[in-house]
Structure formats: C-alpha cells, structure tokens
Write a protein that binds this ligand. Structure first.
Ligand SMILES: Cc1cc2nc3c(=O)[nH]c(=O)nc-3n(C[C@H](O)[C@H](O)[C@H](O)COP(=O)(O)OP(=O)(O)OC[C@H]3O[C@@H](n4cnc5c(N)ncnc54)[C@H](O)[C@@H]3O)c2cc1C
Length: 490
C-alpha cells in the first residue's frame, strides 16, 4: 500500500476548523502518569506542545472541554487533564511524543463508542482523532480509504455513492477506528466477512511516534495484529478497505410476537439459522420497553432475490402468526442509519455479550427466565448468527479468533440517570450470570465491559502468544493500555 495515498485521506479531515479553539496556557496543569502518580505539566511545556500542533489542546477550562470529554456511554463521566484534538497524522505523532515524554496516562478516541469507556480517562491525556475523518473511494480499484476518526456512516455513504460497499456495523455514528480494529460485525458480514476481512492496510502511529504503514506486503505481522487486536499497537490514522459491488437494495422485515412466544421463536431460530442464505442478516431479540413491557421479535435484512426472500418468509410463517409485521424495501445507507436514534449518545449502558459455538438450545430457557426476572427496563438480548463468510476464515488468519462461533448473544440495558447506575449494573450482572456458562467461545473484544485481565487475555484464544510478541515489538512499555490489553513481556 502506498503511504502517500493513505496520508492524503488522513490529512484532509476537519482539522482547520479546530484552530480557533487553541489554548494559551498561563498556569501549570496537574495530571496523572501512566503508573497513577501525580505529575505537573508546566505552562511552557503546554504552550510548546500547542504551538507544534495544527489541531487544538483543550484543558478543563477551555470552551468545548465538557462536550469533548463526553463519550457515547454516559457511565464514563471522566475528566482528562488534556484533550488533544488532532487535525492530522503529524498531530497524532506529536501527541504520542508529548504523552510519552511526560509519561502520561493516555486514552485514544475515535468515534467514542467504547462500551467500557476506554476512550476517555481521568486526569490523563485523550488523543482524539475524530477530526481525521475523510473517506475517499477509488471506484476502479474498488477500495476505500478512511481516516482513523471517520464514522461508519461516512464510509457507507462514500462507498454507496459508487454502488460499492464493505462490511460495517449497524449504527452509523459508531467509529470506524474502534470497530475495524476489533473485528467489525454488520449486516453484510455473512456475505462479505467481517470488517477486518476487508481491510487491506493501515497507516499507524507507533508508541514511539513513528508513522508506518502495514499491509500484506509491508509490516505484515503488524497488519495481522491490527485485524482484531484492537488499539494495542498504535493509533491508526488511515484504513484501506476492499469494496464490493452492491446496488444498495435492502429488503427488511420485522415480525413481532408476544413474550410468551419467545421460547418457540428462539428454538425455531436456532434451526432456521443453520445454513441460512448468506444474503440474510437476522437477529432474534427479546426486549423490554422503558415502561417494562416485554416482547419477542425476529428482524432481518435481505440482500438477495425476491424468490429467495419468499422462501425465507414461508419458512418463518411456520412459527405461526405474529402480533404484527413490518416489511419494506430501502437503500443500504438508510437501513444503516435506521437504529441510530434509538442508540443515541448520552444514555447509560451496561452490556454483556458472548459467542456460542453450538446449536444446542439449552441456553434458551435460562435466557428467557433471567430476562423476565432481570433488567427492570429498556433492555434487550439478541441472538445473531455469525457463520457464513465469517466462519470461512481460519482462526489464526487474523488476530480476531472467534471464527467457529455460530451465534453472538448480545445483551444490553440502558437508563437515563446516573443515580440509577449502581442498581442497573447489578441487575445487568445478575441477568448475565445464568447465560455465561453457554457462551463457551469467549466474547467479541468490542463488547468488552468489565471482564478481568485474565478473561481478556484468554479471549484472544490461541492468538494471544503471537499478539504478545507483537506488543513486545511495537509497544514494549505498554503505552497503549486503555483497551483490551495485551501485556508485553519484555
Ligand atoms: C451503539 C453501538 C453500536 C455498535 N454496533 C456495532 C456493530 O454493529 N458491529 C460491531 O462490530 N461493533 C459494534 N459496536 C461496538 C463497537 O465496535 C465498539 O464500541 C468500538 O470500539 C467503537 O469504535 P469507536 O471508534 O466508536 O470507539 P472509541 O471509543 O473511540 O474507541 C474505542 C477504543 O478503540 C481503540 N481505537 C479506536 N480508534 C482507534 C484508532 N484509529 N487507532 C487505534 N486505536 C483506536 C482505542 O483503544 C479506543 O479506546 C457498537 C457499539 C455501540 C455503542
């Protein structure tokens, strides 16, 4: 991959718009080091740092600081000492250099959707790359280059302008950065594989502040690690993705059932999903509204022919009549935005997820019982098939290891007021306990919530030793540690 091509995308983000926010520092700023020790940054050091950047450094009294420290999950109400809004790859390199020089606790933020709050920290530095968000498409080569801070909606829209597509997640305001480095599941994954399976290369700022590229031909060891190893090896300022022809037509359906039908639905669904058409993305979900009302549903998006869809619909009809049905035909960009609002910024969330590598239905009763007894409101548990193109890749071909998983059980609960957090988190943990024994294939690294270090490391399965070697090579001091951490052994 040509570094120039990637850089051109990375530097043409919204950086120039950040200049008016540049701070002048008159006082020293207290901060915390990576080892949790108190430190202080002098005004001269801070002003030097700001002068060397195109983007802006925000401190707690800067205009816009409060908005800039907010992340998607309102559970993480943290106050960094500094937020660096990087305008380009050089800013990222300088920010890494500054953080290293002063040994600062460092978080990396792109789309800000980390469920576990890893993209913001208390009293450290946040390297915010969200302005490095340009997306360019080469329709002839069928590739897209996305800045490390781009959102999925930007990637979807740019590719679809040329009737092209790559796999991306189901909520368009999620960041490409975190999603792509962890795996990247989405409506098209059973057809085109995970986002990591469509990644062709990255431009990355290492822990030493060096800008390097990685792909199949260059730094291929690092390229392997970036496809599932998360943000452990550096800050990706540009991604290059393979695109596929796709006219954007999506046929959507949604069958709603009373909660009493949940067991029948899930049992049916486990069998229905086996050898399902790769043009089909579905989820079977039990959910509870804010008022506490429970229901079950089977929803899906289909990318194939009408005849094939009819066969699927006839199959679902065997379940008996639903309470209500919705069908529509829409375009891909619209469907990718369709649940944005229900997943809006600013609510509190607790989520747990895990992979099942069997079609044994023993999990269904405990799941339903625990759900009925558990989260008081605004909660869901979804069963999402993972097979198809995802399962065709060897478990060690990319750092993402869960290739034999048949289903992802994805659960979450949401609430509005921080005063409720203690009770809601406890309810979420209690709800998950009876389900945990059934998810033998680990969990999606991007669904990380409160798993401990041992669970995080074991979750990389057989790929962990190779990831440690990469960490030893690219980040031996564990500078990038606010993530699903791979601990170096040097
Ligand atoms: C509403 C919602 C919907 C979701 N839907 C899906 C889905 O459909 N499919 C799916 O696979 N996942 C989904 N996820 C999970 C999602 O993949 C993760 O939350 C992911 O971390 C989001 O990336 P981000 O850039 O927005 O997050 P951030 O919080 O900005 O980043 C998370 C972490 O990723 C690392 N990181 C991010 N960008 C970079 C970069 N450029 N270089 C180096 N490290 C980086 C950092 O360690 C950072 O702390 C969803 C999450 C939410 C909240």
């Amino acid at each position: 991959m040509k570094r120039r091509t990637l850089l051109s995308a990375a530097i043409s983000g919204a950086g120039a718009a950040l200049v008016p926010l540049r701070s002048v520092f008159a006082q020293a700023l207290p901060a915390v080091t990576i080892d949790g020790k108190e430190t202080s940054l002098s005004a001269a050091q801070l002003n030097d740092f700001q002068r060397g950047l195109t983007g802006a450094v925000l401190r707690p009294d800067s205009p816009g600081y409060d908005e800039a420290r907010r992340v998607w999950n309102a559970e993480w109400d943290r106050r960094p000492a500094l937020i660096v809004r990087c305008a380009d790859v050089n800013d990222v390199s300088r920010a890494v250099g500054f953080a290293r020089e002063h040994n600062l606790l460092t978080a990396v933020r792109a789309g800000g959707h980390s469920m576990s709050g890893h993209s913001v920290c208390d009293r450290g530095i946040v390297i915010n790359i969200s302005a490095i968000d340009a997306v360019t498409v080469d329709p002839r080569a069928k590739t897209a280059t996305a800045g490390g801070g781009a959102l999925l909606g930007q990637l979807d829209a740019a590719a679809q302008a040329h009737r092209l597509v790559t796999t991306a997640g189901v909520v368009s305001h999620t960041g490409v950065g975190g999603l792509a480095l962890g795996g990247g599941m989405g409506r098209l994954m059973r057809k085109f594989g995970l986002t990591v399976d469509n990644m062709l290369g990255v431009e990355l700022v290492t822990a030493e502040g060096r800008v390097i590229t990685a792909g199949a031909e260059e730094n291929s060891d690092l390229f392997w690690g970036t496809r599932g190893g998360g943000g452990n090896f550096g800050i990706v300022t540009a991604f290059k993705f393979k695109l596929h022809d796709f006219d954007g037509t999506v046929k959507n359906f949604r069958y709603l059932y009373p909660f009493e039908k949940a067991k029948d639905l899930l049992e049916f669904y486990v069998a229905f999903s086996e050898n399902a058409d790769r043009d089909l993305y579905t989820n079977a979900t039990i959910s509870r509204t804010p008022g506490g009302r429970m229901s079950a549903r089977l929803s899906g998006s289909f990318f194939g022919s009408d005849a094939a869809l009819n066969r699927i619909v006839n199959e679902i009809a065997k379940l008996g009549p639903p309470a209500s049905t919705t069908n529509d035909v829409t375009n891909y960009v619209a469907v990718q935005r369709s649940i944005d609002e229900q997943n809006r910024h600013g609510m509190h969330h607790y989520a747990k997820a895990g992979f099942m590598n069997t079609r044994d239905t023993a999990f269904i009763e405990p799941l339903i019982e625990s759900f009925a007894a558990g989260p008081p409101r605004l909660a869901f548990a979804s069963l999402i098939p993972m097979d198809g193109a995802v399962g065709e890749v060897a478990s060690d071909a990319t750092a993402y290891p869960h290739r034999r998983a048949m289903f992802n059980i994805d659960t979450a609960m949401s609430w509005l007021a921080s005063a409720e957090s203690g009770a809601m988190v406890k309810a979420g943990r209690d709800f998950w306990k009876p389900i945990a024994p059934f998810v033998a294939d680990g969990f999606y690294v991007n669904s990380l919530m409160d798993e401990n270090v041992t669970a995080v490391q074991a979750n990389f399965r057989g790929n962990y030793p190779r990831l440690v070697q990469l960490k030893n090579k690219y980040d031996p001091t564990n500078f990038f540690r606010l993530n699903a951490n791979i601990v170096p052994k040097v």
